[in-house]
Design a protein around this ligand. Structure first.
Ligand SMILES: C[S@@+](CC[C@H](N)C(=O)[O-])C[C@H]1O[C@@H](n2cnc3c(N)ncnc32)[C@H](O)[C@@H]1O
Length: 376
């Protein structure tokens, strides 16, 4: 089953082709200079010319063996042409085999996508059975990243911590969220879903490959019926910035203009305090600062950070929200949530309730919390 674009509009089929992106063969160096049809023609024509030359040399040798042997050119030409024939024929067959492997791999991927519900099977106008990827959107991307995270133990925050983040978003309703540590953009997308109208997430990632991956996921997240006609599509609300947050965060934000209302720290644990110090001049009084892995790294890399926020009552009102480590029900972790009280202290908007004025219930699922947060 292959995707057929003949029955769609140009725009629709271009979009579909882009969505099928991940099924494309990885481009190698040779592919770039010599695409497969050209390559096959070259290998085939070279093998055929070596074959013809071998036959002609053999005939020459048979007709006047004494002369050819005396000059020595006949046997040498024959050997060279036979080696050429064997080499080009082997390359031709190898290339064909590789193409079959790629076709088989694409078939396996398509079947896995059908099994996961990412791909739908349909019958086209000619009565042929075809398949196509379902329209992607933010929920689709989050599901895929969760599957990936669970399978390979990727350090994405995961749905349980994601629900806490979205709940915090619903309570604080931040216009500007800053994140350190984008990776594939899972947590950024969860927070973007829960933004109030007009809000944005600026997220920093030092690894260029992750930056490119996250940007692609954000683009995909903005597709689909759900995002059609929206002024600000969910992936467009996320600004992925490349660079070490310790230097790029103060450079990317405008003093006196950009005011961080929620700061999510999920980079390298031992650098958290440096991220906070870099972001502090931009924190709005009452801003929430959320530090991931405050349970598992409490006695390790996060210690200076935790000592700072817990030991500065004039600046922060801080509490640990216990939760499990992503993908692991058997490992305790936590998120340190600190309310910034302002440089002079006491400027926060923390409401009564808990130590930090937070009523964080992690019981609601991520999208439930997102709906509450995104309500105008
Ligand atoms: C735990 S992962 C982030 C996961 C992501 N927040 C999520 O939940 O989907 C940590 C990421 O932080 C990035 N990182 C580490 N140190 C950084 C720094 N100083 N500046 C920017 N990014 C950093 C790493 O490259 C890695 O991709």
């Amino acid at each position: 089953m292959e995707y057929c674009s003949c029955c769609s509009s140009d725009e629709e089929s271009a979009k579909r082709r882009a969505m099928e992106d991940e099924l494309r063969d990885p481009k190698n160096f040779l592919e770039f200079f010599l695409p497969r049809p050209l390559r096959l023609a070259f290998f085939g024509a070279s093998a055929a010319s070596c074959l013809i030359a071998s036959v002609l040399t053999a005939v020459r040798l048979l007709q006047s063996p004494a002369l050819e042997l005396a000059e020595g050119t006949g046997p040498r030409d024959l050997v060279v042409n036979l080696i050429g024939l064997a080499t080009f024929a082997a390359l031709f067959v190898y290339d064909q085999q590789q193409a079959r492997v790629r076709v088989e791999r694409r078939r396996e991927i398509r079947e896995a996508q059908i099994a996961f519900g990412d791909r739908e099977v349909f019958v086209n106008d000619q009565g042929e059975k075809m398949s196509r990827l379902k329209e992607v959107n933010d929920d689709w991307i989050l599901r895929r990243l969760e599957r990936w995270g669970r399978r390979d133990g990727m350090p994405f925050v995961g749905p349980a911590k994601g629900a806490i983040l979205q709940r915090l978003m619903a309570e604080r309703r931040p216009q500007l969220v800053v994140e350190v540590g984008t990776m594939a953009g899972y947590s950024a997308l969860l927070m973007a879903q829960a933004l109030p109208p007009g809000g944005r997430v600026v997220t920093f990632e030092k690894d260029l490959l992750w930056v490119l991956a996250a940007k692609r996921f954000m683009w995909q997240a903005s597709q689909g019926e759900k995002n059609r006609g929206l002024d600000s599509r969910v992936g467009d609300r996320v600004d992925v910035q490349w660079g070490d947050a310790r230097e790029s965060l103060p450079r990317a934000l405008r003093p006196g203009v950009d005011s961080i209302e929620l700061l999510f720290l999920d980079g390298t644990p031992k650098e958290y305090l440096e991220y906070l110090k870099a972001a502090e001049p931009f924190l709005a009084p009452g801003a929430l600062v959320v530090a991931d892995n405050a349970g598992v790294f409490a006695a390790g890399g996060l210690r200076p950070y935790l000592e700072y926020v817990r030991g500065s009552p004039d600046r922060y009102s801080s509490q640990l929200l216990p939760c499990k480590l992503e993908w692991r029900d058997d490992v305790d972790d936590g998120m340190e949530v600190s309310v910034y009280l302002g440089a002079g202290g006491g400027g926060g908007q923390a409401a009564p309730g808990t130590a930090a004025g937070l009523e964080v219930a992690a019981t609601a699922g991520p999208s439930e919390a997102a709906t509450a947060a995104a309500a105008p």
